[in-house]
Design a protein around this ligand. Structure first.
Ligand code: PLP
Length: 381
């Protein structure tokens, strides 16, 4: 037997309370018992998002929320700007292209964060840009972007909205949707929300609703205006992911019991222990700046294939982490610590990483990274 550990940056582990809630017999989404559940989850999402705006719930993976955030706010021929610092930033460009949007790319070298001044300059040069698309945490490189600074910049443009893919950020570190002027914030169920895959969430500011009113909407299923009307009445336009919404009610209870501050502190502590642990083991972090607290991207040591590390973690020790994507394939591996994670997930990940590397012939002192993490994670009385 091999006990399984899920250390991938999505899907992430789901707490037993959430799994049990989802195992309850099916209820009908138009029946009265669904109403209070939906209402509680709506309010809980506003709490998590730190917003007074509606947070729409969609039955799709996170990308559905991204797609809807292009199709609902822009019309074919409109101009947009997007930050491409990795696999998910690149996706903004592909979605814009699909909907006939003229999107200008700010290309950022993988492992780096965008310089907000570049966004400021681009908007100054062309104030007709209707939307700026960015990731709060670029999962392919493990780097976070300063969306607070971007909010400050975009606020100054009446007809430009800021759309933030916070799929590996919301619930991991502080994202103040309203206070920072983030017009549209997207997340998915299977990352920090401690849920299985299958739902996307999108908050929409008044400024973004105004943009939606002007846009020639090409969306049928991901029609945000139609969803807003329905969800205000605790309904959805189409059949919702009933079991997932019931699971989310439970996940939000767990998050509320911990509180936002404590949750961000825990996630930050796990991230720091992982980062310092891998470095104490003699490895290098991939991010050159602003590492995301959601996951840690680690460079494979010279002469060792990153894919072999990823594969051996899984095959030898039952740990599913992640490798690198595109040109980073074989060069890095990624350990997630977002969502339902604690000290011993990090310690297990570091211990297994050390064992795999030693097994691959890399000179590593067993326990070097683990010891460092233990120092950071020890409860200080
Ligand atoms: C996981 C993820 C997504 C969405 O991916 P789906 O597979 O559609 O859920 C988008 N952006 C980021 C940054 C992600 O980590």
């Amino acid at each position: 037997m091999l006990k399984r550990y899920l250390l991938a940056p999505g899907p992430t582990p789901v707490p037993p309370e959430v799994l049990l809630a989802m195992a309850r017999p099916m209820i009908h989404h138009r029946a009265p018992e669904f109403d209070p559940i939906f209402a509680e989850v709506r309010a809980g999402l506003q709490w998590l998002y730190q917003t007074r705006s509606d947070v729409l719930m969609l039955a799709s993976s996170g990308t559905g929320g991204m797609e809807g955030s292009v199709s609902n706010f822009l019309s074919p021929g409109d101009k947009a700007l997007y930050v491409n610092s990795g696999k998910f930033g690149e996706r903004w460009g592909k979605i814009c292209k699909t909907f006939g949007i003229h999107a200008t790319e700010i290309k950022v070298e993988w492992g780096h964060a965008v310089d907000p001044q570049q966004v400021a300059d681009a908007l100054k040069t062309d104030p007709s840009i209707k939307a700026v698309y960015v990731q709060a945490s670029e999962t392919s490189t493990g780097v976070s972007h300063d969306v607070k600074a971007l909010g400050e910049i975009v606020k100054g443009y009446e007809n430009t909205i800021l759309v933030v893919d916070a799929i590996t950020a919301l619930g991991v570190f502080d994202i103040k949707t309203d206070a920072w002027g983030l017009d549209v914030v997207i997340t998915g169920s299977q990352k920090a929300l401690m849920m299985p895959p299958g739902m996307a969430f999108v908050s929409v500011s008044d400024k973004a609703w105004a943009a939606a009113d002007k846009a020639k909407n090409g969306a049928f299923y991901f029609n945000f205006k139609k969803e807003r009307e329905n969800q205000a009445k605790n309904q959805t336009a189409f059949t919702p992911a009933v079991s997932l919404i019931i699971g989310l009610q439970e996940a939000l209870k767990i998050m509320k019991a911990e509180g936002l501050e404590n949750m961000f502190a825990r996630q930050g502590r796990l991230a720091r222990a992982t980062r310092e642990g891998v470095q104490a083991a003699g490895l290098n972090l991939f991010p050159k700046e602003s590492p995301s607290d959601a996951l840690t991207a680690v460079c494979a040591p010279d002469g060792i294939d990153g894919q072999a590390i990823y594969k051996n973690l899984r095959v030898q020790y039952g740990m599913t982490a992640a490798g690198g994507q595109d040109h980073l394939k074989g060069k890095i591996f990624r350990l997630s610590h977002m969502g339902y994670a604690d000290s011993f997930d990090v310690i297990a990940a570091l211990a297994a990483t050390e064992m795999v590397l030693k097994g691959l012939g890399h000179p590593i002192k067993l326990g070097s990274g683990v010891g460092k993490a233990q120092e950071i994670l020890m409860v200080q009385k």
